[in-house]
Design a binder for this molecule. Structure first.
Ligand SMILES: C[S@@+](CC[C@H](N)C(=O)[O-])C[C@H]1O[C@@H](n2cnc3c(N)ncnc32)[C@H](O)[C@@H]1O
Length: 257
């Protein structure tokens, strides 16, 4: 069935590009060094010391072309990926085969709103990257909790909508390159007040803002700069009240009892 939806069409073009470029990179390796999204798998690594990851059911919500699903399967999780874009899902299945994790991964092409209402499955971990702004958060979180087992966790890494400099840059690039971002992403990235509201749905929560001084690498790609040091500086600066609006990304982690 062809799902007609602007977002799906937008990401289908990206899915097709992946086939054309046949880029097989996954996880943080698929990012340039200066934006290797610190914290992204850190919470999930903690599970390794407690249990065999194969026993943990993880869902990658809006998995796209599965760059994270593959990384998570390689860490040892059993991963189900869901996305509305048929071409992205096609590439996700291809990528999983290429990396020999097809036995540990499965992919569903469906609108997540429908899946949240209709699916019967429960998971220990729900992971999301770059997609929360597409959803009505109250609907999303209320339904998501129903799909989490006791002690289950939701973790997401998202672009912060409260950085006005980055918002401006995104708009400028979008005016020059029409397929740079879809309209929901250009106008709807979440701001601080919306992000702290996620807390109400969980029993334990954590929010970290990151990437400011690391981004120097975007503008000065040829210089060698101390990434680990800039990440540490960011971690301190961006998690204080006044500096938060300079953050580019954030990680949210919520657990239920
Ligand atoms: C910025 S991409 C992120 C992809 C992937 N998580 C990653 O980090 O590489 C956003 C993804 O959300 C998916 N998406 C948007 N709305 C959706 C919906 N209603 N249901 C399922 N997927 C959706 C898009 O198709 C796209 O693949």
């Amino acid at each position: 069935m062809k799902i007609m939806n602007n977002t799906a069409d937008f990401y289908d073009i990206r899915g097709n590009n992946c086939f054309e470029k046949n880029n097989l990179q996954y996880g943080i390796e698929s990012f340039k060094p200066h934006v290797r999204t610190p914290y992204i798998y850190r919470k999930l690594q903690q599970f390794k010391s407690i249990t065999d990851l194969k026993t943990i059911r993880l869902v990658d919500l809006c998995c796209g072309t599965a760059t994270h699903s593959i990384a998570l399967a390689k860490m040892g999780f059993n991963v189900v990926g869901i996305d509305i874009s048929p071409k992205s899902i096609e590439f996700a299945r291809y990528l999983a085969k290429q990396h020999k994790v097809d036995a540990q991964t499965s992919f569903i092409c469906e609108d997540l709103n429908n899946w949240l209402s209709n699916a019967q499955e429960k998971f220990d971990i729900a992971f999301m990257s770059g997609s929360l702004h597409y959803f009505d958060r109250n609907y999303f979180f209320t339904k998501l909790i129903e799909h989490l087992n006791c002690g289950g966790m939701f973790t997401c890494v998202e672009t912060f909508g409260g950085n006005h400099l980055m918002n401006f840059r995104r708009k400028i690039i979008a005016s020059l390159k029409p397929n740079f971002r879809d309209s929901i992403t250009l106008d709807g990235l979440l701001k601080y007040k919306e992000i702290v509201n996620f807390k109400q749905y969980f029993d334990h929560t954590e929010i970290r803002f990151f990437d400011f001084s690391t981004l120097i690498g975007v503008f000065l790609p040829s210089i060698i700069y101390p990434l680990q040091l800039t990440q540490k500086i960011d971690s301190v600066l961006l998690n204080t009240f006044y500096m938060r609006s300079l953050a580019w990304k954030y990680v949210f982690c919520g657990r239920i009892n």
